[in-house]
Design a protein around this ligand. Sequence first.
Ligand code: NDP
Length: 460
Amino acid sequence: MSSFDVDLFVIGGGSGGVRAARIAAGYGARVTIAEEFRVGGTCVIRGCVPKKLMVLASRFGDDFADSAGFGWTVGERSFDWASLIAAKDAEITRLEKIYRANLEKAGVTIIDSRAVVEDAHTVRLLATGETVRAGRILVAVGAHPSLEPVIPGGELGITSNEVFDLATQPERVLVVGGGYIGVEFAGIFAGLGSRTSLLHRGEKLLRGFDEDIRDRLAEAFRARGVELLFSRTLERLDKRDGEIEGTFSDGKTARYDLILVATGRRPNTNGLGLEKAGVALDRSGAIVVDAFSRTAAPSIFAVGDVTDRANLTPVAIREGQAFAETEFGGKPTAVDHDLIATAVFSTPEIGTVGITEEEARARGGRVVVFQTSFRPMRATLSGREERVFMKLVVDGATDKVLGLHVLGPDAGEMIQLAGVALTMGATKADFDRTMAVHPTAAEELVTMREPYAVYEPAAA
Ligand code: NDP
C-alpha cells in the first residue's frame, strides 16, 4: 500500500488539469483535483466558450442586413445585452456541471479550494488547512490577464475576467491590446453596436501573424467602423462625469464607458509554493518543463498556460493527456508543438496553420506564394463590401505547403481540416490534385494555380 493519500493531485480544474485527471483515473490512479474558482477553467468559464457565444451574437446584425439582398424584409431589430449574458451564463453553468459529472464518473475526487504546494509530495488546501500527500502533483493552474501597463487610474479598466459579466452594454468601448483577445472583443462590441476603438502600441494587429492577414484585418476593421489607434499607448485614465477619460501618449484624450485591457496573460504561479519544492520558473514566472511536462522537481509536473508553451486550450488538453499516458498509462508521450492550427474569432475571422510568408522567406530557401482575394458569394447579392483572403506558402525546393492563412467567414472551420493536410506533410501538388467542392469559398484553397510571388534563395 502506498504511503501517499492519492497517486495524483491535480491543482487546477481547467482544460489541461481535467483531462489529465480523467485519463489518469481511467488507468486506475487515485486522483484528486482542486479548483479555487469554477471547474472548466478559463476556456469554459471566461474564455473560449463564452467568447464564441458572444462572437456568434455579434454577427446576427450582418445577417439581418445581408438578408435584404436575398429578398427578405426584417422587421424592427433590437438587441438585449442582459438576455445574451443570461443565456450565456446558463450555458456555462450547464457545461460546468458536465465537467464535474465527467470527473466524478471517472472516479476523480473534486475539492473546491485553492491548493498550494508544501513540498515535493504535499499539497495544502487553503479552504480547510488540510494537507494531502500525493505520489505526483500536476500543476495546471493556467494564467491571468496582465494589468500592464501600470498607469494612473488603471483600475478603471477591466480585463477579460470581468468582460463576460457586464450588466449593461457599454456605448463606447476602448480595447487596449492588438492580440487575440483585443481583436476578438473589438469585433464583438462593434458587431453588437457599441462604438469601438482599439488602441495598440504597434503599427499592426496580431504580431506574429502573416503580414497580409494583419493588413487586411485592419482594413476590414476600419470598414466595419472600428477605430484603430496605432503606435500609441494609454498614459492615464480618469473618471469624468460618469465616463472614463483616456489620455494617450500623443496627448489626445477621449471618453469611454468601458476600457478593456487585453495586453497578454501571465502564469498563475505566484504564492503557489513551487520554488520551495524545487520547481524552476522562467523570468515571466512560467514553469519550466521538458517535452514530457516534467518540472525540475521529479514528482511535480505542469501543463497548460502555466508553462507558457502554446497558450491554447487544445494544446493544454493534449499536454494533460500526454502526461497521464506517460505517467499512468505506461506510454511515454511527448507533445508535438509544431504545426498548431489556430483561429482568431475576430470578424472577419482568421485561420492559420504553419509558418508565415515572412518566416518562410527568412529561412533563405526558394519560397513560392499563392494567394487570392475574392468576394464571397453571399456578398454578391448582399452588396456587402467584403473580401476573403487566402494564402499558401510553399517550399520551392520540396513543394511542401509550409503555411496556410485564411481571413474571412468560417476561416476557423477551414483551418481545422487544412491542419490535417499540413500535419500529413501535404505538397502543393497534393492540394492541386484534390477535387474542389463547388461552390464554396474553401475550394479556392485547391484551385490556386499561378504563383503570386516566387522568392529565390539569396545568392551565397
Ligand atoms: P496576446 O499576447 O495575444 O496580445 C497582447 C497584446 O497586448 C499585443 O498586442 C501586445 O503588443 C500588447 N501588449 C503587451 N504588453 C503591453 C504593454 N505593456 N503595453 C501595451 N501593450 C501591450 O494576449 P491576449 O491577452 O490577447 O491573449 C492571451 C493569450 O490567450 C493569447 O496569446 C492566446 O494564446 C490566448 N487566446 C487564444 C484565443 C484563440 O485561440 N482564439 C482567444 C483568446 C486568447 P505587442 O504585439 O507589441 O507585444
